[in-house]
Design a protein around this ligand. Structure first.
Ligand SMILES: Nc1ncnc2c1ncn2[C@@H]1O[C@H](COP(=O)(O)OP(=O)(O)OP(=O)(O)O)[C@@H](O)[C@H]1O
Ligand SMILES: [Mg+2]
Length: 236
């Protein structure tokens, strides 16, 4: 089989104490959506940080588009085409919406105005609120700012850690629709989701992570249909 567009393979590591990840493997194909679900504390955010280079792993590797990037810093990975929206503190609350987007594009040498327009086309409410401090926005709007900021680097892979945390079901559906739209442009999506059912419905590939290791891996549909996955992780 051909190499996936992104793969974090056999990742073992943690924060200096005991290992949190134990041979964890995650991958996503070009323009597809991969979703990571699992209980609180399973290591989902830790696995995302490992893929993004915020955590050193002592086994395994991370490869993007066939290139081994295991030794690269997060900033160097951004330059290679990775965008990451962390679970918390993912926007600058005292800056305006537009300043947040501009910050997202700070690594770029070319004109970013076209990308800002693309973000506003994707999330029209942000155009209306572009002069407002991001801290004055609703939870769902802030998440749009965070996703928009990550899109400003022109990523080939967008990593989202719980993009729908704290938003209403309607806003969640809308965010998922926008994420699907982003994937259709050819950008690969790797995301962690607490709303496991809904997220697996849009997932080309799903991962159930338990105690830092892969418990189940399959298409989103197959995981939703798996009786054991349903009983253990999806509430029946
Ligand atoms: N910065 C850190 N330093 C030390 N340990 C950490 C750190 N961040 C997380 N951990 C530990 O790593 C383990 C996995 O945490 P992680 O945040 O990856 O879980 P998660 O699956 O994302 O959980 P949640 O669903 O609550 O977001 C936990 O035991 C946690 O205490
Ligand atoms: Mg987490």
């Amino acid at each position: 089989m051909a190499e996936p567009f992104l793969i974090g393979e056999n990742m073992t590591g943690g924060y200096g104490g005991a290992d949190i990840l134990h041979g964890c493997t995650l991958s996503v194909e070009k323009g597809q959506i991969a979703v990571i679900v699992g209980p609180n504390g399973a290591g989902k955010s830790t696995a995302m940080k490992a893929v993004f280079g915020m955590l050193s792993i002592h086994t395994g590797s991370v490869r993007l588009d066939g290139e081994d990037i295991t030794a690269l810093s997060p900033q160097a990975r951004v330059a290679k085409g990775m965008g990451f929206v962390p679970q918390t503190n993912n926007i600058f609350t005292s800056m305006t919406v537009e300043e947040n987007l501009e910050m997202g594009g700070f690594l770029r040498r070319d004109d970013i105005s076209g990308t800002i327009e693309q973000v506003y086309d994707l999330f029209p409410i942000l155009r209306d609120k572009r002069r407002q401090p991001a801290g004055e926005l609703s939870g769902g709007q802030r998440q749009q700012v965070a996703v928009g900021r990550a899109l400003m680097t022109g990523p080939r892979l967008l990593m989202l850690d719980e993009p729908t945390a704290g938003v209403s079901p309607i806003v969640m559906d809308e965010l998922f629709d926008r994420i699907i739209e982003v994937a259709r442009t050819g950008i690969s999506i790797l995301m962690v989701e607490q709303n496991a059912r809904q997220a697996l419905e849009i997932a080309d590939r799903g991962y159930v992570l338990v105690q830092g290791a892969n418990a189940f891996t399959d298409t989103g549909k197959a995981l939703l249909a798996d009786p054991e996955v349903r009983r253990t992780f999806l509430g029946g």
